[in-house]
Design a protein around this ligand. Structure first.
Ligand code: G3I
Length: 353
């Protein structure tokens, strides 16, 4: 029997099992204390300035977390204008909200392969090398310098490893300044602009792809050897609900092996991205809760000086970037009405056994 037939038979069998399962009792509402009140590390979420216009959401954020990361408004795509100027209205607003509510402000991100602004593309090529370097240095110095003393840390370099895990990415930045040099220089500039900020290297799929994790660790070691003031490693932990138990724990343990600070930087657990099994929602929700709990235990299990923060890439499902891909996805701890889900209770139990 072909594997496709076997697979379809498995799914059919599972679906019929699920169909005859007793109707799930309507769940009693879940009540949990604010996330930051019991976590042994700062708890964060990403945010967009306009979300602060909603008083209910602003109150939920201020109550639940102790750190905010601009979801996109401190990236080059927002800050750098076509004429080379900068705009900071949105990140300034988030910084002010953090200051007003005693929250930490986390900078994301300075150097990302994904961004290829025209302003820099026009300065590529041997003849423009110094102009490219000057513009790069001016950007990082201006952006980091603006929040000096008001920001706790930066994702200086983001997603530098290829998806197959084999190598460092080629990017506008590596073309302009060199494979390792563009990164080394970015850390040097960021440290000079704000000596008090903790400087991170951040990437994704480090749980599901051990080869990528190994290449990521190799890059961290290369940066340290080159004298870059790299101080922390972030694993984004955008995972799917069918991720094998133990994968998150292994990733956090490996990241901690260099003795640097470690953060869960962007966690969400997609149900909809699970191939073919999206119908077994109850099972996927159980797996989702277990993965959030595993990540909490993994970070809590590190020495206190290495636990930097645990950031969710959103608090309420309705705000998740994953909803743009599938309106039915529910990857976060709180539902569309801001109510805690079973995953939130599992995360609490993991930290308050
Ligand atoms: O809000 C504007 C809207 O006014 C405008 O009309 C529209 C069209 O230009 O853009 C809207 O802004 C978009 C923003 O998301 C808010 O929805 C930006 O174009 C879009 O680029 C931005 O996407 C963000 C993406 O990174 C790229 O910056 C996502 O929100 C954000 O969740 C995602 O986050 C990344 C992390 O930085 C790195 N790790 C992966 C993670 C998920 O992709």
């Amino acid at each position: 029997m072909s594997s496709g037939v076997v697979r379809r038979a498995f799914i059919a069998a599972s679906l019929s099992l699920a169909a005859c399962a007793p109707k799930a009792r309507s769940q009693a509402p879940i009540a949990i204390p604010p996330l930051k009140s019991f976590a042994p590390f700062p708890v964060g979420t990403c945010i967009q300035a306009a979300q602060l216009d909603d008083p209910a959401f602003a109150a939920l954020v201020a109550a639940q977390v102790s750190q905010l990361t601009p979801e996109w408004e401190l990236k080059m795509e927002y800050v750098l204008q076509k004429d080379g100027g900068y705009r900071f209205d949105a990140p300034d607003r988030i910084a002010a909200f953090c200051a007003d509510h005693g929250l930490r402000f986390f900078g994301h991100t300075l150097v990302w392969y994904y961004e290829k602004p025209e302003f820099f593309q026009q300065r590529l090529g041997e003849a423009y090398r110094s102009a490219f370097r000057d513009a790069y240095a001016a950007y990082i110095t201006a952006v980091v310098g603006r929040y000096k003393g008001r920001i706790c840390a930066w994702d200086v370099v983001n997603e530098q490893i290829t998806d197959d895990g084999a190598d460092w990415r080629d990017s506008l930045w590596s073309q302009g300044l060199g494979r390792l040099e563009h990164m080394r220089f970015a850390y040097e500039l960021a440290h000079a602009a704000d000596p008090g900020a903790v400087l991170f290297l951040n990437d994704y799929n480090l749980e599901s792809n051990p080869k990528k994790r190994g290449t990521f660790m190799g890059l961290a070691e290369a940066l340290l050897k080159a004298g870059a003031p790299l101080m922390g490693l972030g694993t984004q932990t955008h995972v799917n609900a069918d991720l094998a138990p133990g994968a998150i724990t292994a990733a956090v343990k490996d990241l901690a092996s260099l003795g640097l600070k470690v953060r869960i930087s962007e966690m969400d657990v997609s149900l909809a991205r699970v191939p073919g099994l999206a119908n077994l929602r109850a099972d996927l929700q159980r797996r989702q809760a277990a993965l959030f709990a595993e990540a909490a235990e993994a970070l809590a299990g590190l020495p206190a000086h290495q636990r930097f923060d645990f950031t969710f890439w959103g608090l309420e499902d309705s705000q998740s970037w994953l909803r743009r891909e599938n309106a039915a996805d529910s990857p976060l701890l709180f539902d569309d009405a801001g109510r805690p889900k079973p995953a939130a209770a599992a995360w609490e139990r993991a930290l308050r056994p």
